[in-house]
Design a protein around this ligand. Structure first.
Ligand code: TYM
Length: 342
């Protein structure tokens, strides 16, 4: 029987899970368990590279686990866990530091964006992509489903794998980036990527009222000032979002009515908001059930960490052997360098 290919992906517990995460990641993660052996990780060690408060971090880890499970990610069919619960992530990141040029890290767009304007930049922010490479390569993953914004970090993960393999021998596959529909969902401003740090998001567990209060503020075609101006759906983010939740026929109708000014932007937003709320209703319901049953969530994470750890140990034992570190390696190698007897 051929072994299934491996998938790894991660998400930071830094804010409420939003539509960009759902469309760019969760939806696909949930489906991929049918074809691949999947590892999905809540990357708290990445999240602490920014200012954070301890209680907030723990709450976010819990809420994100709930959102992932509520979005259909079945923990019985994949390994769902928290990064800091598997110590090997940090260990491998340290070992990868020695094959990663600082210049490559300084060139990362996300590093430049996140460090801009900071008086003091912590080393974790610079080394962030090394930890990301460790996350993926620890499980020797073949594929990494992510949104567009992660492409550069994944290129670096491949460089790390290549450099490490060249120096210590082939161990790591070069992981392939998988992006697809929904890999760059724009925020309510219609300009920037939907992002927790910008605050232009639609949370996936928003109730219909909250959803409407957010969707009604979304920016539409800027050239359409009055209701009887014809609109251009091709430049309108609200119309783009319809693609994910409105059927083809209804969308074609909205498109024509927007172009002929027989539907206004508010009506178009109302339909979007209603369709989003309906589409996400099962997610909201499952999230409420899980939140009322926190022990189940903790159990899932404990089981996930145990499975992840046993895979991580396998990789670390080969890595330590090749790099000449770790207690087992020293004990097994004593004879190689001990002075020969008379
Ligand atoms: P993070 O936490 O910012 O986002 C998690 C996932 O959601 C995707 N995403 C989006 N997709 C489409 N449109 C958007 N507006 C949008 N916003 C976010 C992201 O691309 C990502 O797939 N560094 C990573 C976390 C990470 C990781 C990993 C990912 C750590 N280690 C290993 C993959 C593999 C991050 O900050 O994602």
């Amino acid at each position: 029987m051929s072994q299934r290919k491996r998938v790894f992906s991660g998400i930071q517990p830094t804010g409420e899970a939003h539509l960009g995460n759902y469309l760019g990641a969760f939806r696909r993660w949930a489906e991929m368990v049918n074809d691949y052996e999947c590892f999905y990780c809540i990357v708290d060690l990445h999240a602490i590279t920014r200012d954070y408060e301890r209680p907030e971090l723990l709450r976010r880890v819990f809420e994100l686990t709930v959102s992932l499970m509520a979005s259909g990610i079945d923990p019985e069919r994949c390994t769902l866990f928290v990064q800091s619960h598997v110590a090997q992530h940090s260990e491998l990141a340290w070992l990868f530091n020695v094959v990663t040029p600082v210049g490559d890290l300084q060139r990362m767009t996300q590093y430049k964006e996140k460090s801009a304007g900071l008086e003091s930049v912590n080393a974790g922010l610079l080394n962030y992509p090394v930890l990301q490479a460790a996350d993926i390569l620890l499980y020797r993953a073949d594929y990494v489903p992510v949104g567009d914004d992660q492409r550069q970090h994944l290129e670096l993960s491949r460089d790390v794998a290549r450099k490490w393999n060249a120096r210590f021998g082939d161990v790591f596959p070069e992981p392939e980036t998988l992006t697809g529909a929904g890999s760059r969902v724009l925020g309510l401003d219609g300009v920037a990527k939907m992002s927790k740090s910008i605050g232009n998001t639609l949370p996936i567990v928003a109730d219909p009222e909250q959803m409407w209060s957010l969707v009604r503020t979304a920016v539409t075609d800027p050239a359409r000032v009055r209701k009887n101006d014809p609109g251009n759906p091709n430049v309108c983010n609200v119309f783009a979002l319809h693609e994910f939740v409105t059927d083809d026929e209804a969308r074609a109708d909205i498109e024509i009515r927007c172009q002929t000014a027989t539907i206004g932007c508010v009506d178009c937003k109302r339909i979007l908001s209603d369709n989003l709320s309906e589409h996400l209703a099962p997610v909201r319901e499952r999230a409420a059930e899980l939140t009322a049953n926190p022990e189940r969530v903790v159990e899932v994470l404990a089981a996930g960490a145990e499975r992840a750890r046993s895979e991580a140990e396998k990789t670390m034992s080969i890595v330590c052997e090749r790099m000449g570190v770790g207690p087992d390696v020293l004990a097994a190698s004593l004879r190689e360098f001990a002075p020969k007897g008379p």
